[in-house]
Design a binder for this molecule. Structure first.
Ligand code: NAG
Ligand code: NAG
Ligand code: NAG
Ligand code: NAG
Length: 961
């Protein structure tokens, strides 16, 4: 838990400070350079003209510099080594005074409003390793003097207004430069050849600038290069086959929206794709918007088996789609929109079992839609533990020349979640009733075909649909009333068909419907009123001869029919009034009886809640403890007892009169008065009992005060064991956790999480799993803490009554996860799921092995811990594993040489499996727990433990050496 770590830090600093006082007697004898740093920081503070979050409020003269917000000192408190005021909304000119912090290693000021130029004085920051100034308002030419900084590793200046060229001198001595991100500026000129000197470069991101010329050939020298993003510039020349063929570890290659051409005068893609086959780690290939000519070569099937994204839209690629594309077994996102592809859609595409988005629109494709598309592998044919399933969420085949009928099998793709677009083709046959099985789809567009048949009433099963477009076909019959049951419908277009009969009144029930087009059909009768009909004009009804109604521009209906409607209305009104009267009478009778019962039984829960408590009390069934006792236990919520703060609130250490140490977590929230749902959630969470989950002892709940009482864990968090002293020492030092301990901790966490996901009375998604939220007890058992907090805060904040699974509002997003641990899909607005927790768990496992924080400075922009591990691992443990762990394991298992190597390898692979991009391919926590348990038993000498692993991590049985 955060608070333990912070507590240790405070304690450490406290001890340190007091001993410093003891030795020197006076703070005036403090190190000279620290005094100079203090002066520089205070002067810097003066240059800030706006500090809306009062980040710098604690920066006062005579204060302890090393505990200023955002400031860190080195181990011996000789100087300030880090200034991190990221995302603080500070405004001011970027001041040269910062260069007085002579020992500075990390300067992190991204996402603020600093303006002006990057001061040339920064060249005196000789020790600077990391300069992060992204998302400010910095101007001027590119800061050439940065070339003078010998140890610069991370340089990120994304999203500013920097102009001019990249000076070649920047790269004359750049052996430590690993990460360059200059995207979204106004940089021009060529990318200097000298960049090839930066042999440690991993990430080169120049996206959205105005660079010209060819990609420098010297890039091919940089074998570690991981990400190349030069999208949206004006680069020219042939697709860089010679460079790419040497970059064996490149993982993402974004060249889209430049002015490159393919080989042989833009007619031949073969050489480039052949070279790409050397990139065995490639996951993302983006070559869109370049008018590239040529056929897709069949060698496309030899690209990396890891390839998950291939964007080739807006080019001039012709010929057929090679069936070999089906060899790209990890492909999830394929966009070939707006090319000149012809021939049929190869049925082999259905072998791409991870395909989620298939965009083939705006081509010259002919033939039928392969029925096999609907037979993408289903759950069950693949080992269920892998969770593989048909997950096609977007299918766009529009604007082609496809013929035949819509195959009923299309409904086999149950998971089409977002988008089905078959419009503008030559499809015929009846509208297949199977469409109604697409209960998750949000948009269906089959317009501009020759479809016939009628719209079936089962269409109301597509409950998620927001846009329905059946226009310009030959559909007949009546519109079913059930259309009105589509609660989410926003846009409904059936124009240009042969529909007849009346317009269903039910359409006015839909709250969300705002676009309606019924034009050019044979509808007749009165246009209903209410709902969408109050806002539409005659444009919605053009070309229907026999319609009339109150809509502006439409003919009024004759008196006769109005008189008829009035009579109908009167009859309905009388009936409804009569029925209501009867109902009310019945309710009253029942209500009076109930009240009598409640009054006679004094113990009723309802009455207890109705009575406003005089003295605040903890909710029933929990151990008795009052707000006063809680306040006394924490010294009146004394700041001295504060052991941590987080996004959910503050944590105090407390001591009960009987000597029990507790942690009191006071939740902060925006709106009060959801005490009842908070109590209900507490009741639920309190029942959750598991060896690997921190127990909620009790909770205190008042209209404007909510707190949880937890046992106090003196042994600290996993974070503090993995990174002892890291707060003051910036990550150096080592952890003494042995291999068996690490495996067993991972196993404990997995067991606890599996319980939350699969066995607890209500499914709980943790949302913030990370080492600081894992506590260790006396015998090193790991306990997951802070679970269910998201649930509680949701209920307190007046959210969706604790339905964590469906959190979609901003509070929820705020709550879901910490940087470095949060699953990528949450960034795209996915709802929270157990698979999000699995991702965080995977990161944690990799962290246990590598002892690198996913938030480490090296993992900035695109490079995250698991991608780093994946690129550098390849079975070579020494490349990624914590050196201490290697040494200690070698000593601990001298007799069986391979044993520890295998075990660490298993951990790495589990971590990689859990952090896969696509949530559906990640294992469940049950699978992970299972595997870790086997691994633990194997390491502790259980010879029957094998790795016929449920995850397929390793197929080998490891009993024999
Ligand atoms: C640069 O880094 C090296 C290796 O970490 C270190 O020995 C050297 O002192 C650093 N140089 C500066 C100027 O900080
Ligand atoms: C691909 O790799 C092979 C050897 O691994 C090398 O000979 C060949 O030149 C590379 N291709 C390109 C286009 O660089
Ligand atoms: C595919 O490309 C088209 C054309 O650029 C674009 O409109 C569409 O959004 C793309 N879809 C995906 C999922 O990339
Ligand atoms: C596809 O286009 C190519 C050239 O653009 C042409 O040679 C070929 O005949 C076309 N194939 C089909 C099936 O139309």
């Amino acid at each position: 838990m955060i608070f333990i770590r912070t507590f240790l830090l405070l304690l450490f600093q406290h001890l340190f400070l007091s001993s410093a006082f003891a030795v020197s007697g006076s703070r005036h004898h403090r190190n000279h350079s620290l005094l100079a740093d203090e002066a520089a920081l205070l002067a810097f503070k003066k240059t800030i003209v706006f500090d809306p979050e009062s980040k710098l409020a604690g920066w006062t003269e005579g204060g302890d510099v090393c505990s200023f917000t955002g400031v860190r000192c080195d181990k011996h408190r000789h100087s300030v080594v880090q200034l991190n005021l990221s995302r603080s909304r500070l405004t001011g000119a970027l001041s040269p005074i910062i260069s007085n912090l002579s020992g500075l290693r990390y300067l992190i000021l991204d996402e603020n409003h600093f303006y002006g130029i990057i001061p040339p004085e920064f060249s005196s920051l000789r020790h600077l390793q990391s300069l992060r100034l992204d998302s400010n308002n910095l101007r001027g030419s590119f800061p050439e003097f940065l070339a003078a900084l010998p140890n610069l590793t991370v340089l990120t200046l994304t999203e500013n207004h920097l102009m001019g060229t990249l000076p070649p001198s920047l790269f004359s001595n750049c052996s430590s430069l690993a990460n360059i991100e200059l995207s979204q500026n106004l940089l021009t000129g060529k990318i200097p050849q000298e960049i090839g000197n930066c042999l440690s470069l991993w990430n080169l991101n120049l996206y959205n600038n105005q660079f010209t010329g060819e990609l420098p050939a010297t890039l091919g020298n940089i074998s570690e290069l991981y990400n190349i993003d030069v999208e949206s510039n004006s680069l020219t020349g042939e697709l860089p086959a010679n460079i790419i063929g040497k970059l064996y570890s490149v993982v993402s290659l974004h060249l889209s929206y430049n002015k490159m051409v393919s080989h042989d005068h833009n007619t031949n893609l073969e050489p480039f794709f052949t070279a790409l086959a050397n990139c065995t780690e490639l996951q993302e290939l983006e070559l869109a918007g370049m008018r590239l000519g040529g056929r897709l070569p069949s060698s496309i099937g030899r690209l990396s088996g890891e390839l998950s994204t291939m964007l080739l839209q807006e080019n001039s690629i012709f010929g057929t789609i090679p069936p070999d594309i089906a060899h790209l077994s990890s492909l999830t996102w394929l966009n070939l929109t707006s090319n000149s592809l012809n021939g049929t859609i190869p049925a082999e595409i259905s072998r791409l079992s991870y395909l989620e988005q298939l965009f083939l629109s705006h081509n010259l494709l002919t033939g039928a839609i392969p029925a096999a598309l609907g037979q993408l592998p289903h759950l069950g044919t693949i080992p269920p533990t892998l969770g593989k399933c048909t997950d096609l969420s977007m299918l766009d085949l529009s604007y082609n020349r496809l013929t035949g009928s819509i195959p009923p099998e299309i409904s086999g793709i149950r998971e089409i979640r977002r988008y089905l677009n078959l419009s503008h083709n030559l499809l015929d046959g009846p509208l297949p009733i199977e469409l109604s099985k697409l209960e998750n789809v949000e948009e269906i567009d089959v317009s501009s075909n020759n479809l016939s048949g009628s719209i079936f009433f089962q269409i109301s099963s597509c409950i998620a649909v927001t846009r329905l477009n059946f226009s310009h076909n030959s559909i007949e019959g009546h519109l079913p009333d059930s259309i009105g049951d589509l609660k989410n419908l926003e846009s409904f277009d059936v124009s240009g068909n042969h529909l007849s009969g009346g317009i269903p009144t039910s359409l006015n029930k839909s709250q969300s419907l705002s676009f309606l087009n019924l034009s050019f059909n044979d509808f007749a009768g009165v246009i209903p009123s209410g709902g969408v009909f109050n806002s539409v004009t005659d444009k919605s009804f053009l070309g229907n001869q026999d319609l009339c109604g109150a809509v502006s521009g439409m003919p009024k209906c004759s008196h006769k029919s109005q008189w008829f409607r009035l009579r109908l209305f009167l009859i309905v009104f009388v009936l409804v009034t009569f029925a209501s009267a009867i109902l009310i009478t019945i309710c009253c009778v029942i209500g009076i009886r109930r009240i009598k019962v409640m009054v006679s039984s004094g113990n009723s829960v309802d009455t207890e809640q109705a009575r406003k408590p005089e003295t605040p009390e903890l909710i029933h069934n929990f151990p008795r403890i009052t707000y006063r006792e809680l306040s006394e236990a924490t010294g009146g919520f004394d700041e001295q007892r504060l052991v941590g703060t987080g996004s959910y609130g503050r944590v105090y250490k407390g001591l009960l009169p009987d000597g029990t140490a507790i942690a009191v977590k006071v939740l902060q929230f925006q709106s009060g008065n959801s005490t009842k749902s908070f109590n209900r959630e507490c009741q639920v969470l309190k029942r959750i009992r598991h060896r690997n989950l921190i127990r909620i002892i009790t909770a205190c709940s008042l209209p404007d005060f909510k707190a949880l009482v937890l046992p106090y864990m003196a042994n600290g968090s996993l974070d503090s064991r993995l990174y002892p002293h890291s707060e003051t020492d910036l990550g150096s030092g080592s952890s003494d956790l042995t291999l068996l301990q690490r495996v067993s901790i991972c196993c404990d966490i997995a067991e606890g999480m599996a319980y939350l996901h699969h066995h607890s009375p209500v499914k709980v998604i943790h949302c913030d799993l990370k080492p600081s939220n894992v506590l260790l007890n006396d015998d090193m058992t790991a306990l997951v803490s802070d679970f269910g907090i998201a649930r509680l805060v949701m209920t307190v904040g007046g959210g969706n009554g604790g339905v964590v699974e469906n959190m979609g509002n901003s509070t929820a997003n705020l709550l879901c996860g910490s940087i470095g641990y949060v699953a990528p899909e949450y960034g795209f607005g996915s709802t929270t799921s157990t698979k999000g927790d699995v991702y965080s768990f995977g990161v944690l496992v990799l962290e246990m092995v590598t002892r690198k924080r996913p938030t480490d400075d090296m993992f900035v922009g695109g490079l995250n811990l698991h991608k780093w591990v994946k690129t550098h691992y390849h079975g070579r443990l020494e490349k990624v594993v914590d050196p201490y762990l290697m040494r200690a394991s070698r000593d601990q298992f001298p007799e069986v040489k391979r044993m520890w190597e295998v075990a660490i390898g298993e951990l790495v692979e589990l971590g990689i499996l859990c952090t896969q991009e696509s949530p559906s391919t990640r294992p469940t926590m049950l699978d992970a727990a299972d595997d870790l348990d086997r691994l633990k038993r194997y390491l502790s000498g259980d010879t029957t433990a094998t790795f016929a692993s449920s995850l397929g991590i390793s197929s080998s049985t490891l009993g024999d050496d």
